[in-house]
Design a binder for this molecule. Sequence first.
Ligand SMILES: Cc1ncc(C[n+]2csc(CCOP(=O)(O)OP(=O)(O)O)c2C)c(N)n1
Ligand SMILES: [Mg+2]
Length: 733
Amino acid sequence: MATTKTPPKLAVMNREAAPGKTYEGLSRQQMIKAYRVMYTSRKVDDREILLKRQQKLFFQISGAGHEAIGVAAAFALRPTDWYYPYYRDRALCLGLGATAYEMFLNGVGAADDPQSGGRQMPSHWGFARQNVVTQSSPTGTQLLQAVGCAEAGRYFSAHPEAAKKANGDYRQFKNVQFQGDELTYVSLGDGTTSEGEFWEAMNTAANRRLPLIFVVQDNGYAISVPVEVQTAGGNISRVVSGFPNFHFEEVDGTDLAASYAAFVRSAAYCREGNGPAFIHAHVIRPYSHSLSDDERLYRPDEERQRDAARDPLTRLQMLLIRENILDEKGINQLEKDVDDELQDAVDRALAAPFPTPDTVENYVYSPDLDPTSAAFDTQPIAADESDEKLAPKTMADLINATLRDEMRRDERVVLFGEDVADCSREEYLEQKLVKGKGGVFKLTYGLQAEFGSDRVFNSPLAEANIVGRATGMATRGMKPIGEIQFFDYIWPAMMQLRDELPLIRWRSNNAFSSPCVIRVAIGGYLTGGAIYHSQCGESTFTHIPGLRVVFPSNALDAAGLLRTAIRCDDPVLFLEHKRLYRETFGRAAYPGSDYMIPFGKAKIVQPGTDMTVITYGAVVPRALQAAQKIEREHDISVEVIDLRCLNPFDWEAIVASVKKTNRVIVAHEDTLSWGYGAEIAARIAEKLFEHLDAPVRRVAAKDVFVAYQPILEDAILPQASDLFDAMKALAEY
Ligand SMILES: Cc1ncc(C[n+]2csc(CCOP(=O)(O)OP(=O)(O)O)c2C)c(N)n1
Ligand SMILES: [Mg+2]
């Protein structure tokens, strides 16, 4: 319960109603408890509003009007269930055992705020003890993560061995807890049902019959936009009614007992494995959207008064009196006790220390496992040319082999994306009617056949679905590897990639983490790939704190870095250049099932003395070609550095090389302006100015998209001849 002290005994009146009478299953004692939580919730809002006016906290958004539905959920569900609430769920969190004191700590931004250590606004719930997973501000991003969470519970039930801890990789730091009949709660407002991710989540939950309860808390408004503008016909229940496998409830969410009953029925349906449930709760919003909003600007008094008549607190209070559960004196006593507790909680929160500025960079990445460390530095097994297994393999082959090795080693690894399965219709594979696809580039071929359809499977054609679900699974301790089929189509996942996955650890102050791998086929030089199959754009992602970004140029590096990506404790964007998948350049023998390369370690692919070329990906072979030509023709010795990993990147290797050669070119396939090279060039100019004999040069794609006609593609992307020209000009400077 929500209290920080033991509540004094309250007189339960018993004059007329039968003592054993229940209210949709809630006992008279539970009704009192419910009132206590609901009243606490409303009063925490009121105290926060006051504190905001006194400038002791900086933002306020209330759960007022949403208390009954929240408490109903807390009472009907289990502490071992999982919760993805939204900001109006204060009463739910209090009902689950979070305290008012913890909420005030969050409000003032105290160091001990359990939700974020002062990093997030108030009402962005995250209580690890209560399985309330860290929440954010973007409306609706919690939904696909909740899908992933529900999938994880089911996965661990089917693979209990996978839940065991293991030393030497991320599993050492990830406790897995699950229950066979657990369910996941996810809530949202009426306006948020307009987000595409809502529909993606509904679709996958229905399709996989997941134990997931969606709770739409419909207060009729999204800030000032009324529900009929959001939802065709004005009623979300009607619109979603065609989704198969769901249990549907539409309920007055200001009525505690009715709401409780809806949750009890929904939970039973989910726990029995029938599928998800959808509770559409009509609630009220007696305060404005937030303290930054004045609803009188768009809601007339009459409408607001109609709402007020349905206030869940008043309704429950009247019921307590009507049913002789508590008399007025009992209610007054209860409220006074809560008020006293809140005063004490506020006093303590206001005295709590703030976080210190030196902590701002804590928990951007795992504090436990450093993927740049020597632990991730292992040697390939010795190659024996006579052994067929050790004959040179392509990058595609070695990525496939690494995925296979890691799936054998770690049962928490699952792999999904568009077309990654061999064949979704398993019977075709079993009857050997088909060979199987295994990815549009065949990188995942044979993995479903070996590991089964619950470990390798196709996602819907929806990129946010892939990343959002991966985030939810990883939060629970799985190691999902999501595949984005083409980098050009990564953008529907951008909210998850920019605002969610890399932030889970930092925004929760290390209470949660979501280490997973997102593999992406990237790049051009395809001859015919054109605008939507040839883009780069890695600097958009290296700009995101919390996301590791890797971009190998050859088979051996791809194997070693992918293994590090899978075993490490951070989210990784693993960029695989399509053109390099099957190139002759950079083939290598299978390096064994333990070969790893630490992140942030560049490779000098050709040593030199006259200038340095810093590059990565498909420009590496082009830079080498240019370097060899200029050495032959002009006796200029070029050092070529392959960064391999873009975040973190190997600054020390750059420093050492620039100090030696005093001339430097930064080259990449992505467009020039505001590109990855701009950061490297700026740092060199800032830190190594006195070691430079010439300005830093950049070679990159022209600032346009990649065109279809090969003549145009060649003109747009940097070629070996462009690198040669830049090298010559730099040498002559
Ligand atoms: C993706 C996104 N767009 C816009 C916003 C700004 N915003 C915050 S809350 C909100 C309205 C949400 O309405 P609803 O889903 O009905 O929830 P309610 O606040 O009414 O409970 C908006 C537009 C946001 N936080 N995230
Ligand atoms: Mg709303």
